[in-house]
Design a protein around this ligand. Structure first.
Ligand code: 4UV
Length: 562
């Protein structure tokens, strides 16, 4: 068995919960009055000290205040709380307040429809939901579908309206009502107690099927912080500032924007959602030095006029992840940023929800020399490249990337079968991605073995779209694949459907367009069938009934070419 080690020296790992790690062990690494989080639009700041107080208060609010205010009983250690909100200053308070209270936090995509939210609510066994005021109708619709009357629904909702008071009905418990009344910190007396419990429950489809709850433990997060700290470039800037432009409900954003900058003492300027003009405006205003992106965001930087309108010369580092970043885009960015200072680097990272997430980071000094690579393994991780689940790939040849180390998830919630299919008994996690490693130990992701489609870095599980499409009265069979759109630097979901009675050639286009519209109210925006809908006679399948997706992908290339 060929096991690849990390070139880095081992990172010291502490066996403690993530909240203890940040609020106790690492807290005094930087001055308490230093800004930790800044709201881009209002300029309001949460200092490290504010964060400390507010999260202790939030924990008390969740454990004691919530029940007193008429919430659904008291919240206990291990209970699941959902966050359903776009990025906001409330996030670091709800998330870490939840951790301090010993709760497990499940993060929902803020563009989910009620049915998507319902899957996560039910599957995770959530007891309460923090909801942004603008998303309240989605949550109420979900509760209605679950046969909760309004009174029962209200007992499970916390309005995430901190710091402003949203002018909605007083009938709801608000975040504000849970703060300023008491303090709580679950591990005050026994700091290691929570380490092996689930801290985060993000959803991922893994290698196959529908979204599953990924059990990320406190230990996973605490272990990953020093691993990333060693590998992430240190720019030795006097005043580092990071732009919080990725969604916090995705593992990439929640870890790299709400956890990691805290141990580096980097303030994060929080954007509610990414917009290129706003991003340039905030880079100028807050003298942002670093930001995290997904490739389609990079692409906007190469041609959008806002980049010339604002002074973004403070920007020295961009980290791209969640989807492949090709050489042409890196080169186009270099041209675009040539005036941004000699030190500008656009590096690439790789990770998965199941690996908490980061496993590879490209050093800044290598971003041109090793363009296309995701860099070496982080410390404390081991890798294998495996062909067809059994044999090791020959040197320099591609194989499925298997990973082992302290940041691999505990498993999928209530799904021992999926867990056993993705983690071997000796701890190897199968990523479903195909990689090669060069003689210097730098990895490049070259293909994907699993079904997953990625639209602008967001997961689109084909199985989920297929089951929605099968509800269409005229569709009897379906397969969804991803097609590459170079112009947008992303994949697009494309459906092949079998019509109940068959269609005349001239009817097919109209039917395809109708299906694209039909799916819109049923799924989040990133799952729209932007790659099109094609009617075919039969879905190609193996003798065992498995969809032959590779065949469809080949077919799609020809359709695109013609
Ligand atoms: O589960 P998920 O949605 O998770 C992510 C996490 C991404 C990152 C990226 C860089 C970081 O530094 C970090 O902390 C987190 O996207 O999707 C996992 C799948 O996304 C694809 C790959 O197929 C994974 O299995 N993917 C992620 N990064 C890359 C990538 C990449 N750099 N190149 C190609 N594919």
């Amino acid at each position: 068995m060929k096991i690849y080690a990390s070139p880095h020296a081992p990172a010291p790992v502490r066996d403690e919960s993530i909240y203890t790690n940040l609020a106790v062990t690492r807290f005094n690494d930087f001055p308490a009055e230093q800004p930790a989080f800044i709201d881009a639009a209002t300029g309001r700041v949460i200092s490290r000290e504010d964060w400390h107080h507010l999260t202790h208060q939030m924990a008390w609010g969740l454990r004691s205040g919530f029940a007193r205010l008429g919430g659904v009983g008291s919240l206990e250690r291990g209970d699941v709380a959902m966050i359903f909100s776009p990025n906001s200053l409330a996030w670091p308070i709800m998330l870490f307040g939840g951790f301090a209270a010993g709760l497990c936090m499940t993060l929902a995509n803020s563009s989910y429809t009620p049915r998507e939210l319902e899957h996560q609510w039910t599957d995770s066994g959530a007891k309460v939901v923090f909801v942004h005021p603008a998303l309240l109708p989605v949550v109420l619709e979900m509760f209605k579908n679950l046969d909760f009357d309004l009174t029962a629904a209200r007992r499970r909702i916390i309005i995430a309206d901190w710091p402003a008071r949203d002018p909605i009905s007083n009938d709801y418990i608000r975040m504000q009502d849970l703060l300023y009344k008491g303090r709580f910190f679950m591990e005050e007396k026994f700091p290691g107690e929570l380490a092996n419990e689930t801290a985060l429950l993000c959803y991922s489809s893994g290698t196959t099927g529908k979204p599953k709850g990924v059990m990320t433990t406190h230990r996973n997060l605490t272990a990953l912080l020093p691993m990333v700290d060693i590998s992430y470039p240190n720019l030795h800037e006097p005043n580092p500032v990071m732009l919080g432009s990725l969604p916090f409900y995705h593992i990439y954003g929640v870890f790299k924007l709400l956890h990691f900058p805290f141990i580096r003492g980097i303030p994060v300027v929080i954007m509610q959602k990414f917009d290129i003009t706003d991003a340039c405006k905030w880079i100028e205003k807050y003298k942002v030095t670093q930001m995290l992106v997904v490739p389609p965001m990079c692409l906007l930087f190469t041609h959008h006029p806002a980049v010339d309108k604002y002074n973004i010369s403070s920007l020295r580092l961009m980290l791209s992840g969640a989807a492949p970043l090709g050489a042409p885009l890196v080169m186009a960015m270099c041209t675009r940023f040539k005036n941004a200072g000699a030190d500008f680097a656009l590096i690439q990272g790789y990770g998965l929800t199941e690996t908490s997430p980061t496993t590879h980071l490209l050093p800044a000094e290598d971003f041109v020399r090793k363009v296309g690579s995701v860099g070496p393994l982080l410390p404390n991780l081991e890798a294998r490249l495996v062909v067809e689940d059994v044999q090791e790939a020959a040197a320099g040849e591609p194989g499925e990337l298997w990973l082992r180390g302290p940041s691999i998830m505990k498993g999928y919630l209530n799904n021992p079968e999926a867990t056993a299919n993705s983690i071997t008994p000796d701890g190897w996690f199968k990523t479903g991605d195909i990689a090669i490693v060069d003689e210097e130990g730098y990895y490049t992701i070259v293909d994907r073995r699993k079904e997953l489609i990625k639209y602008k870095g967001f997961q689109v599980p084909p199985a989920e779209l297929e089951s929605v499409l099968l509800e269409h009265p005229e569709i009897v069979d379906v397969a969804v694949i991803g097609v590459v759109d170079e112009a947008e630097a992303t994949e697009l979901p494309k459906a092949y459907v079998v019509h109940k009675t068959g269609l005349q050639f001239h009817e097919e286009q109209a039917f395809g367009l109708a299906v694209q519209e039909w799916i819109k109210p049923r799924v989040a925006r990133h799952k729209y069938l932007r790659g099109g809908v094609v009617t075919i006679e039969a879905i190609p399948k193996s003798a065992a009934g498995k969809i032959l997706r590779r065949q469809l992908r080949e077919r799609a290339k020809l359709e695109f070419a013609s």
